[in-house]
Design a protein around this ligand. Sequence first.
Ligand SMILES: C[S@@+](CC[C@H](N)C(=O)[O-])C[C@H]1O[C@@H](n2cnc3c(N)ncnc32)[C@H](O)[C@@H]1O
Ligand code: SF4
Ligand code: SF4
Length: 347
Amino acid sequence: MPKKLAKYTTDGNVIFLSKEKDINKKLSDIIGDKFIKYREKWDKVNNFDLVTDFPLFLHLDLFQVCNYKCPHCNISDFELLNKAYKGKISEKMDFDKYKKIVDEGSEHNCPSIEPQGVNEPLLVKNFEDYCLYAHKKGFIDIMINSNASALNERRAKKLLDSGLTRLRFSLDAFSPETYKKVRVGSLPLKKVVSQIEKFLELKEKGNYKLPVTGVSMCVLKQNQHEVEDFQKFWIDKVDMVTFQSFQPPNAKKDYSNFYPDESIIKKKKNKIKSFKCPQPFQRVVIRNDLITACCNTFSSELTLGKLEDGIYNAWNGKLAKKLRYIHENGMYDLNPTCKICVETTAT
Ligand SMILES: C[S@@+](CC[C@H](N)C(=O)[O-])C[C@H]1O[C@@H](n2cnc3c(N)ncnc32)[C@H](O)[C@@H]1O
Ligand code: SF4
Ligand code: SF4
C-alpha cells in the first residue's frame, strides 16, 4: 500500500506535500531542541500571541537580477521593479554590508534568514559564503529558492556544505513544452532536472540530512494540467513537493490569463475582510539600504528604517508598531499599501 502523503500549509498560499512527515517536524528531529523552540515562537507570532523584540526572520535581497523572465514573476516587469526599488535594481549587496545584518541578527539570537528575494540567488558567484556566514553566526534556519540553472556539481557540493537548511527548486512544469512557456529564457528542462538529480545524488552519497530539499510549482492556468504528473515524478525523489498560489505581481495589470480556472489553490475572497497579515510580526525585508515590513513588491512604501540605523530600531519604531497594531486588530485597510495588497494578492 502506498504511504499517505503529509499535506499541510502554513499560510494558505503554499501547499506542502511530503512523504515522510511535516518538514518542520523533520527539521526538528535533525536540528533538535533549539529548532523546536524557534518553531514554537514562530507559531505564536503567526497567531498574533507574541511580539518579539527582534524579528524571528531576516529576509533580504542581495540584488534583483535573474537569468530567466518567467511571465508570472515581478522580475519580468522592469518598470514595476524599477519603481518599487527606486531605480536601484541590480545593485548588489556587498559582503560587508551583509555581515553587519547577520551580526546584528546574531546578537539578538535571530533564528532564520532567507538571503534571496526577487532574483536568482545562485547567480551570486560566492552565494554559499553568504549562507555559511549566517550558519557560523548561529542562524538555524537558512532557506532559499532557486531555478537551478547555475547548479553544477561544484556549486552543489558547496551548497551542501553551506549550512543551508531548506532548498526549493522552482520548476513550475512537468513537460518541456510547458517549462519553456512558464520559465521564459530557461535552459532545457531536461538539463535542469539532471542538475537537480545530481544534487540529490551527491546529498544522498554524502549522507547529508540538510538541506531538506523540494521542488515547487506556482500553479497557473498554463501548467495546472500538469500538477499530478509533477507530483508523481518528484514525490519519491525529494523531501517535499510544493504548490504555490499565484499572486499577481502588479495590481494595475490584468493577470486574468494566469489564474488557474480550477481552484487547485483557491483565492478565499470571503476571508479578505478578516485578514490579518503576520509578516510585520515575523520579519523584516531588507532591500538595498532600506528595512521594510514585508515581501510585497512595494514594501519600500512600508519602510521601517534605514539599514545604517539598525534592524532593532526599525523593528521597534513607530511604523512597525502601528502596522502590527492595525493588523492585530483586523484593520489592514487603514494602510493604503496593505489595502491594495490584501485586496489584490495577500489572501
Ligand atoms: C521569485 S522566485 C526567486 C527564486 C528563484 N529565481 C526561483 O525561481 O526559485 C521565488 C518563487 O516565487 C515563485 N513566483 C514567482 N512569481 C510568482 C507569483 N506571481 N506568484 C506566486 N509565486 C511566484 C517562483 O515560482 C519561485 O518558486
Ligand atoms: S527564475 Fe525565479 S526570479 Fe527568475 S523570473 Fe523566474 S520566478 Fe522570477
Ligand atoms: S503590504 Fe501586504 S504583505 Fe505587506 S504588511 Fe501589508 S498586507 Fe502584509
